[in-house]
Write a protein that binds this ligand. Structure first.
Ligand code: 13P
Length: 253
């Protein structure tokens, strides 16, 4: 049985320590009795230390939204996996569609980052997903397969089992237009089948696949009820304690 995981991707919001703390102080008591859902908060870099400090006596884990693949050096503006690990982050989001589309990140770059994140014992949350035009042309599965093959190139079975895959259809992100549970489930089944074909059945059954894209308290339950949807990566609705809590409640099995 896979444990659901909810990631709060704060994107470029709540970047000051006081903003992060204010939200978390309200949120932490709400989730104190949640047992069978993993919770990850991914704030902007500038609020990571405060977030780590605020959640330190809870089961809530902290992640970064990005990183570079080098350990150190002349890479102005970048953050290394070992920095994240050493300060206490356990997760890192990689290949988010905003990184791919706004900052031109390629599957090959994400693959390099993924390997370094694993080398540093960070748990990567790796995002894949299609554009609206690709879906409308009936190309969704080709796009997903291609992204999977390039992004996970060279990743071993034991490594894949630790990775969280986030299926985030780009047309559903920040648009209010959620994939229907059936649309999401169809692609989650497809991704699990790719894992089975490329690795084996056991790996496919173990790997957790989150859905992301306009998750709200009102649609979370029907998405998470689907057998192959193991929680979600939440943007806008993760910024308020109450809505994030409601989404986490919806993921409890
Ligand atoms: P929204 O929940 O705001 O649509 O964002 C989804 C997302 O991109 C999570 O990574």
């Amino acid at each position: 049985m896979r444990k659901p995981i909810i990631g709060a991707n704060w994107k470029m919001h709540k970047g000051t320590p006081s903003e992060a703390e204010e939200m978390l102080v309200e949120f932490i008591p709400m989730v104190k009795d949640i047992k069978n859902v993993d919770i990850v908060i991914a704030p902007p870099y500038t609020a990571i230390l405060k977030t780590l400090d605020t959640v330190k006596n809870t089961t809530i884990k902290v992640g970064a939204q990005n990183m570079y693949y080098e350990e150190k050096g002349a890479f102005t503006g970048e953050i290394s996996p070992s920095f994240l690990k050493k300060i206490g982050c356990q997760y890192v989001i990689l290949g988010h569609s905003e990184r791919r589309n706004i900052f031109n990140e390629t599957d090959e770059l994400i693959n390099k980052k993924l390997k370094k994140a694993l080398d540093n014992n960070l748990i990567p949350i790796v995002c894949i997903g299609e554009h609206l035009e690709e879906r409308e042309k009936g190309n969704t599965k080709n796009v997903i397969k291609n992204q999977f093959n390039l992004t996970f190139d060279g990743i071993r079975k034991e490594q894949l089992k630790k990775i969280i895959i986030a299926y985030e259809p780009i047309w559903a992100i920040g648009t209010g237009r959620t994939a229907t549970p059936e649309q999401a489930e169809e692609i989650h089944v497809f991704i699990r089948k790719i894992v089975e074909d490329e690795y084996d059945k056991d790996t496919a059954e173990q790997v957790r696949i989150q859905y992301g894209g306009s998750i709200k308290p009102s649609n979370a339950k029907e998405l998470f009820n689907k057998v192959n949807i193991d929680g979600g990566l939440v943007g806008g609705a993760s910024l308020q304690a109450e809505s994030l809590y409601q989404i986490i409640k919806a993921a409890e099995k």
